[in-house]
Write a protein that binds this ligand. Structure first.
Ligand code: 6K6
Length: 142
């Protein structure tokens, strides 16, 4: 199982530690192609001298290769939104995890799409249960 995990980078890194925990949990189910999303070395500023064209090409190739896309969508990110639309067009299985906080609302362009599997949670433990349910219903119970 190849898993593409998507989480905000230039959209803001406030949830980075949560991404890392989710990535570690996802490794129970397969290979996470995008482990770096949880890395403390990747900041929203991009001071690592990254080459955008190289990153885009690599990430699109990984998306094509992936069996599933798990997107943490609580921090709004153009890149994550793009990846969700791209994966939808490739007919990938998609799980979007949205952490409920105050009255922040998910973009209608994600929340209103019936083809996306959008799940709300508050604590990390609930997210792990949602991940279990996703893999059970899409791959194990078939
Ligand atoms: C370092 C500092 C800034 O950027 C970097 C390295 N950049 C990226 N490396 C790997 N994946 C990236 C990078 N920038 C965006 N992505 C992809 O887009 C990831 O797969 C994320 O899921 C998503 C984040 O998009 P933004 O718009 O929040 O950056």
């Amino acid at each position: 199982m190849k898993i593409y995990f998507a989480g905000s980078i230039r959209g803001g890194r406030n949830d980075r530690e949560l991404y890392l925990k989710i990535i570690n949990y996802l490794e129970n189910y397969g290979q996470v192609l995008t482990e770096h999303i949880g890395s403390i070395e990747i900041t929203e500023k991009g001071e690592d001298g990254s080459n955008d064209e190289w990153i885009y090409t690599r990430d699109i190739n990984w998306l094509k290769e992936a069996d599933v896309l798990i997107a943490e969508v609580s921090t709004p990110s153009l890149g994550v939104g793009y990846e969700i639309a791209f994966a939808e067009n490739l007919d990938k299985n998609i799980l979007c995890l949205f952490r409920k906080q105050n009255d922040k609302k998910l973009s209608a362009m994600i929340a209103g799409n019936e083809r996306l599997n959008i799940k709300n949670y508050i604590h990390f433990e609930e997210a792990t249960k949602l991940i279990d349910d996703f893999f059970l219903s899409n791959f194990i119970n078939q």
